[in-house]
Design a protein around this ligand. Structure first.
Ligand code: HEC
Ligand code: HEC
Length: 220
């Protein structure tokens, strides 16, 4: 009998708490640095103090990626379409407003970098990135991702300066159906035509390019 009032008290506290959390104004910078009250950890722990990512761990750069693109990805993690052991539970502790604010925050960060190393223009990865392989129906990556890999609009994310390990992981995710096919299934089709060696060399090419920071909204 004594547990009943406790339960009522706890659930009414819980209700009050979530009502407050939902009406509180979401602030991207605060959540990025400190997390939120519902268990989301600080994003900086994995994505770096300036959203530059942690290349060696495959934690992607977020700084300067298009806000609309980032929001679509956070929504896809939250609704289970895009599965990742680390990001899915984190996105699920963010409200719709918080996801929008975080996307805007990271999309607005400059975070440009100098080239990490000079990409070899004669490598197999450079050829794939800049020319494609039309004998296999593979367009050049830069046709969609922008001439310098800086991304185009909301749909085509920046690849320049992105973690090589992260790029490799995403291409493998499409090959293994663990990332949703995305707009028009473009990347799933492209990834299915890449060998393991292609993936490694094209990822190394883009990782070595300087990241550009925020991209103006435009269509290709
Ligand atoms: C424990 C480490 C960790 C923390 C903390 C973390 N992330 Fe991530 N995040 C990852 C990993 C790993 C990936 C790559 C997932 C994959 O390979 O699909 C990722 C991917 C992402 C992506 C997709 C980027 C892209 O280019 O598609 C977004 C957006 C993102 N995280 C936002 C956030 C935000 C916002 C926070 C804070 C609320 C956060 N992350 C906290 C590890 C983390
Ligand atoms: C016909 C257009 C097109 C071409 C060509 C193309 N991509 Fe993409 N790429 C896309 C789209 C669209 C997305 C966003 C997918 C999504 O929203 O899930 C994307 C996303 C990606 C991502 C995920 C980035 C992130 O932040 O998570 C990687 C990695 C990638 N592409 C690599 C490549 C590589 C490497 C090539 C060349 C071999 C290439 N792409 C060629 C359209 C294209």
């Amino acid at each position: 009998m004594r547990s009943v009032p406790t339960l009522v008290l706890l659930s009414s506290l819980g209700l009050t708490f979530s009502a407050t959390a939902q009406t509180a104004r979401a602030d991207g910078a605060t959540i990025a640095l400190h997390g939120n009250a519902r268990g989301a950890p600080a994003c900086v722990t994995c994505h770096g103090a300036q959203g530059e990512g942690m290349p060696a761990n495959g934690f992607p750069r977020l700084a300067g990626l298009n806000a609309g693109y980032l929001q679509t990805q956070l929504d896809a993690f939250a609704n289970g379409q895009r599965a990742n052991a680390m990001m899915t539970p984190i996105a699920q502790t963010l409200s719709v407003d918080e996801r929008a604010e975080l996307a805007r925050y990271y999309g607005g960060l400059g975070g440009s970098t100098a080239a990490v190393s000079v990409p070899n223009p004669d490598s197999a990865g450079a050829r794939l990135a800049l020319k494609g392989r039309w004998s296999h129906g593979l367009p050049a990556c830069v046709q969609c991702h922008g001439a310098t890999g800086a991304g185009v609009g909301t749909v085509f994310p920046a690849l320049a300066g992105q973690s090589a390990l992260y790029i490799e992981n995403q291409l493998r995710n499409w090959q293994q159906n663990t990332r949703p096919p995305g707009p028009m299934g473009l990347m799933k089709t492209i990834a299915s035509k890449l060998s393991a060696a292609d993936i490694q060399s094209v990822a190394a090419y883009f990782a070595a390019l300087p990241a550009g920071g925020p991209v103006p909204e435009s269509t290709p």
